[in-house]
Structures are given as structure tokens and as C-alpha cells.
Design a protein around this ligand. Structure first.
Ligand code: UDP
Length: 389
């Protein structure tokens, strides 16, 4: 084992934590992890609400779902994951329906009692057959679902969520959501699903709890820039455009913000997540966090309305928009990144991709594998493992 290599990891979200742990545990390295926020966990951060004791997903709902057994086994080493199935509902202009679109949604929306095969045939008659190769989100939706379902479930929500015409968005965003011709209303298709009993931040804390790892919170990258020469290598998980001081411009992100709903009710909406698909309703969804921990019981409840907007200078970036303008800017940043010496770029912000937690963790684990392999073969630490476009 190579002793005492010194790494600086920027960002204490899942990317940073998994990499720090891997390098400290598998390479005997010393790792300093910094984060500009006063807490670990990045946007997965959870904390108990001081008034009610309810575990709150501070930056919006996170439900762990993966098919990757390595990732699932990994996270389960650092916390107990309780089974949780996200059964989202949608309030549309025509009432409340089940999401993702499934046989219940189709039957209730069209006032039918279709069997799976009948529903499939019916949807095929609604889909726009003139679209053979969908070029964008709207075409994908019209081809798969037809006008009525698209307008009631997707158009308004997508305009609110992304702040642009759905024609400008990639078709791949829609394919995140399944359409099912049975009564399965599980929001995700993945085999392993759950929520950590004590929240995500506890999992990240356990990952970071290893000899050789030091964590400094409320510490900006700027504040350590003078000391970079103390480290053998840097792993950067912040926004890639920021790393290069926005030389080619700012990549567009959507950010979300929350408004707490004051309530004395014990149960505000009877479900963890309810989406509001109508464009006239300004929020995208309402989340009630006690429903993410059905194994706990709480007298009171904590509820937030979620809104989406363009990311301003002081806002936390969430969703990379990846519009045409962003993609060409990104390729210039990636070129710079690939040519960098001594820095690796990892995770959602540093590679500007719409990634779920499982993907971030999977890539961080592969990154550590690659670092160890490079060290064994006397090669340099890899800068970028993925080709993000
Ligand atoms: N979407 C929609 N209506 C909904 C839910 C999702 O139009 O009720 C669209 C929207 O464009 C969203 C995308 O489907 O960005 C992917 O949804 P997902 O729930 O995967 O988004 P996330 O959980 O990442 O916010």
C-alpha cells in the first residue's frame, strides 16, 4: 500500500465522500475534504427538523434506487436502508392521478376498464405516429402518449421545472419515467430501493469516518487555493465552469427552492410527494417528509412546496439544463479539464450531467479503482473517467 499520498477533495457530497474513503482505506492516503456549506452530504443532506423531529431532505426528496449491486452493498455498509417505494401522485387539471403513468392512471383518466393489452393498443392509437425518431422531450411524449396525456401530465410540469420549451429538452429526460400497462405505481424501475433509516447525512458521515480523512466545512475552494501545492492530487466535485472561473461563460442549471407550509395537521397530504402538473399552479410539487420514514411516528408534520427557477449567482445549482448552448460551452470546459494536470473532475456538477445518487457513487467507486490501478502501473491519476456528452 502506497503510504501517505495527500489528496484534496473539494465537495463533501456523495462523490467526494466515496472517493475520500476509497483513497484513505485502499491507498492509506491522507485526504482533506472541504465543503463550502456548513454540512456534509451536498444536496442529499438530511437533518431532523428541530420543532417536530421529522427527518427532512433539506434539498428535496431523495429516494435511493439502483440496479447496481456493488453500489447497493456499498451504501448498506454505512447505514441501514429501509424499504421505501415512492408512489407519487399527480394533481392535474382533471383531478388526482397515479404516477408514473400506469394502468390505473390510464383507466381513470380515460374513464375505462382496460386490460393491459387493451390499454397498450389504445395508447398506440393516441401516439403521434408521424414521429419516428423523437428529437426532443415533446416529440418523445407525443409519440409515446399522445396529446392529452402529454398536456395533462408533462407539458406544464416540464415548463415549470426546466423554464424552457419542452422542444428544447432532450428526449432522454422523459425516458427517466416508465409508462406501465399494469397497476405497478412504483415511481422507479430499479431493483434495490430504500431510504436510510437515519438519513443520508449519517451515511455520508459514516463514509467519511476513517483514519486519514479530515473534513473542513464552511471552507471555500478559494480559501485553499494558495495551498494546493501541499497536495499530490486534487479531486474537484464542484461546478466545472466555476473551476475555470467561468472563462467560457456560465453553464445553465435549474435550481429549486422551498416554501414551508405552516400547518397543525397531523397528515397534510397523505403521501410523500404530490406533483402539480398544471402550469397555472406555480409550484412543481409538495413533499411531506414524515412519509419518507413510515417506520417512525410523529405527531406533527413538515411540508414544503417546491418551486423551480434559473440558477442565480448565489443559488445552489441542481439540474444541468444541457441545452445546445451549454453543450458547446461544456465541450470547451471538458477539453480544459482533460488537459489539466493534478486535478480530477468527478460527479454531477464537475461533469455537468443529470445524475442520480447511485450513478454518482458508482462512478466514484470506479474512479478509486482507476486511481489504484494507475498507481500500481506507475501511471498518472486519471482526470476524467467519463465522456459526458
Ligand atoms: N415530469 C413531468 N411531470 C411529472 C413528473 C415528471 O413532466 O409529474 C417530467 C419533468 O420534465 C421531469 C422529468 O419528467 O424533469 C423527469 O422526472 P423525475 O421525477 O425523474 O425528475 P427528478 O426526480 O430528477 O426531479
Amino acid at each position: 500500500m502506497e503510504q501517505n499520498r495527500k489528496y484534496l477533495v473539494i465537495g463533501a457530497g456523495f462523490s467526494g465522500a466515496v472517493v475520500a474513503r476509497g483513497l484513505a482505506e485502499r491507498q492509506g492516503a491522507r485526504v482533506l475534504v472541504i465543503d463550502s456549506r456548513p454540512h456534509i452530504g451536498g444536496n442529499c443532506h438530511t437533518e431532523r427538523d428541530s420543532e417536530t423531529g421529522v427527518m427532512v431532505h433539506r434539498y428535496g426528496p431523495h429516494i435511493f434506487n439502483t440496479d447496481d449491486l456493488r453500489v447497493w452493498n456499498y451504501v448498506n455498509k454505512f447505514g441501514t436502508f429501509r424499504p421505501f417505494v415512492n408512489r407519487v401522485k399527480a394533481v392535474t387539471g382533471r383531478g388526482v392521478f397515479s404516477l408514473p403513468i400506469n394502468l390505473m392512471t390510464i383507466n381513470q383518466f380515460f374513464g375505462k376498464t382496460f386490460t393491459p393489452n387493451e390499454a397498450r393498443s389504445y395508447l398506440a392509437t393516441l401516439g403521434d405516429t408521424s414521429i419516428t425518431e423523437p428529437q426532443n422531450f415533446e416529440e418523445q411524449a407525443l409519440k409515446m402518449l399522445g396529446q392529452d396525456l402529454y398536456e395533462n401530465f408533462f407539458k406544464g410540469y416540464t415548463v415549470k421545472q426546466w423554464g424552457c420549451d419542452p422542444k428544447e429538452l432532450p428526449a432522454s429526460i422523459l425516458t427517466r419515467l416508465p409508462v406501465r400497462f399494469n397497476y405497478d405505481d412504483n415511481y422507479y424501475n430499479k431493483f434495490y430501493q430504500g431510504i436510510p433509516e437515519e438519513g443520508y447525512s449519517k451515511v455520508v458521515e459514516n463514509i467519511l469516518n476513517f483514519p486519514g480523512i479530515e473534513v473542513r466545512l464552511s471552507t471555500d475552494f478559494e480559501s485553499v487555493k494558495q495551498t494546493l501545492n501541499l497536495f499530490d492530487h486534487i479531486i474537484y466535485t464542484g461546478p466545472i465552469d466555476r473551476f475555470f472561473e467561468y472563462e467560457y461563460g456560465r453553464l445553465a442549471y435549474r435550481t429549486v427552492y422551498f416554501e414551508r407550509i405552516k400547518t397543525d395537521m397531523n397528515d397534510y397530504q397523505g403521501n410523500a410527494v404530490i406533483n402539480y402538473t398544471n402550469i397555472e399552479v406555480p409550484w412543481t410539487r409538495i413533499h411531506e417528509h414524515k412519509h419518507f420514514t413510515p417506520w417512525e411516528s410523529h405527531e406533527r408534520t413538515v411540508v414544503f412546496k417546491e418551486f423551480s427557477k434559473e440558477t442565480g449567482l448565489d443559488d445552489i445549482p441542481y439540474y444541468p439544463k444541457r441545452l445546445a448552448r451549454d453543450k458547446s460551452m461544456l465541450s470547451r470546459y471538458l477539453e480544459r479539464a482533460s488537459a489539466s494536470e493534478g486535478v480530477s473532475f468527478l460527479g454531477r456538477l464537475a461533469t455537468y450531467r443529470y445524475m442520480d445518487m447511485e450513478k454518482v457513487i458508482g462512478e466514484a467507486l470506479s474512479y478509486v479503482d482507476a486511481v489504484l490501478e494507475a498507481a500500481q502501473n506507475g501511471k498518472k491519476v486519471p482526470v476524467l473517467l467519463v465522456s459526458p456528452l
